[in-house]
Design a protein. Structure first.
Length: 506
């Protein structure tokens, strides 16, 4: 009956259409058959075409890719949220020179700190506070372009502005205002006023507008490395530190554990290192880049167990204002080997040390360099001199006193004769008032560069400044003297050797 009713409806529809002057098409294959027979012949459901096997696989692959991308994005966001935010920027500072002209430029202030006691902390029984180890500004012109890295000595003499006191435990500021101080070191800005005070000092010094801040705690970096089961690094020459000893005994690629990485990033007295902190900056950023590059890869982000171990360690080691984890990685990749990545490295021009052990600004050279950075014009011809304009003293210009404080008779005369053969000027040669276990180079502030040269020549010696003296350069040979005296290498020779040495790690 249902089929018969439908047939009647269709007939009425065609009749109505004919009266309206329309012609409806006949259904293909339609015949005048008995309704019951038609019902038996017509299927109740039409078959659904089956998709090809390749379409099924493509759909499955798309689902997997989408799911992997989503998981990776979520994992990276979760990991990045562990990085502590710290208020460091001061964009409204009157120290910024021609702020409108600097719009679009990026100036990232990177401060690596290590655990130490702030001035006066011992007497106040204060908790250890991170001290600045390296400070740099990474400058990128508006619209992109080659990066310029400006290293700022932590012992640079500055006039510190008033700053809010910083609490490193909470990464926040207190209501106490630390008063301004003239002729103090840059390090005190971070000690007293934290990242924002450091930013203000750098802006006051250079006139650059700091747009991002990244803080790296070297004391916590070892735990980050252990969380990812080691980090791969590549060195162009053995890393042999005169204080810490052999760290990476052979050049080439190697894997460091957390303890080794801690020494690697702290090493500040490495044979053959370029001056002006360049070698230390490279090593610090190489470790950070090695951890983040592996972790933020598509496969690394799927290792949730590893990420769970890394997240708290990374949160302890990194702070930032305005920089994401991706941006931190990109900067670290550029800084891990600046000489091969097209990055220009320069340093704040400084002259000799003050009586208090600070280095002083060479005002005219510094003003020209900072203006070139702000205006994105070519740097002054002497700007890439990473010795800070000083080539270091020649051995013939020094006068070294040699004292024997060991149990070996005639040692001072023997070593003094060797130093003369190497071109050093040798003054008094005698016995020390009393024997000592350590081999020490005592020097006054005006002889700091000479002491560095002598320390490179007598690697078993440690340096001991004598702030209240002048004209003192004294080698005291203790029982630790290992009879090694090397040919002196002046600072000016180090930068020239760097480009050929870094080729093996490209």
């Amino acid at each position: 009956m249902a089929l018969r009713s439908r047939r009647i409806d269709e007939t009425l529809t065609r009749m109505t259409a004919a009266h309206a002057g329309l012609t409806l098409p006949e259904r293909e294959g339609e015949e005048d058959v008995d309704d019951e027979e038609s019902a038996e012949k017509q299927p109740l459901l039409r078959p659904i075409p089956r998709p090809g096997v390749w379409k099924v696989l493509a759909l499955a692959l798309a689902v997997v890719v989408f799911g992997t991308t989503t998981v990776g994005w979520a994992a990276q966001s979760w990991l990045g949220s562990a990085v502590r935010n710290v208020a460091a920027l001061d964009p409204g500072s009157g120290a910024i020179v021609d702020a409108d002209a600097q719009q679009g430029a990026e100036n990232v202030l990177v401060v690596a700190t290590d655990l130490g006691s702030a001035p006066g902390a011992a007497s106040q029984q204060a908790a250890p506070s991170p001290r600045p180890d390296t400070v740099l500004v990474a400058h990128v012109p508006p619209g992109g372009g080659p990066m310029t890295v400006l290293s700022v000595p932590t012992d640079l003499e500055i006039n510190r502005p008033p700053c809010e006191r910083f609490d490193p435990a909470t990464a926040g500021y207190t209501s106490e205002i630390v008063p301004a101080q003239a002729r103090t070191q840059l390090a005190t800005a971070l000690d007293m006023g934290g990242p924002r005070c450091a930013t203000r000092v750098v802006q006051q010094l250079t006139g650059l507008a700091v747009t991002q801040y990244i803080g790296l705690d070297l004391d916590r970096l070892g735990a980050v490395v252990d969380a990812v089961s080691g980090v791969n690094v590549c060195v162009t020459q053995p890393v042999l530190d005169r204080v810490l000893g052999p760290i990476v005994p052979d050049s080439g690629k190697t894997t460091l554990d957390g303890s080794e990485a801690g020494d690697f990033v702290r090493a500040a007295d490495v044979d053959g290192d370029p001056p002006a902190d360049l070698g230390r900056i490279e090593r610090q950023q190489q470790v950070l880049a090695g951890v983040l590059d592996t972790t933020l890869s598509s496969t690394g982000l799927l290792d949730l167990t590893r990420l769970a171990a890394l997240r708290p360690a990374l949160g302890d080691a990194l702070t930032s204002d305005g920089a994401s984890l991706d941006q931190i990685l990109a900067l670290s990749l550029s800084l891990r080997s600046p000489t091969t990545d097209g990055v220009t490295f320069t340093t704040v021009p400084t002259s000799g040390e003050t009586d208090g052990g600070s280095v002083t600004l060479r005002d005219a050279d510094a003003a020209a360099l900072f203006a070139a950075l702000r205006k994105d014009t070519p740097l002054p011809s002497n700007a890439t001199d990473t010795t800070g304009g000083r080539t270091g003293p020649a051995p013939s210009g020094l006068t070294v006193q040699v004292l024997n404080a060991s149990d070996q008779s005639g040692l001072a005369a023997k070593v003094g004769g060797t130093l003369k053969q190497l071109g050093f000027g040798v003054g008094t040669v005698s016995n020390a008032p009393q024997p000592t276990s350590q081999t020490v180079i005592r020097y006054s502030p005006d002889q700091a560069a000479a002491a560095d040269l002598l320390a490179a020549t007598v690697p078993s010696a440690t340096t001991a400044p004598d702030p209240g003296a002048t004209g003192v350069l004294q080698l005291v040979l203790g029982r630790s003297f290992d009879n090694v005296v090397r040919a002196p290498v002046q600072q000016a020779a180090a930068p020239a050797a760097a480009p050929t040495a870094t080729a093996s790690c490209a």
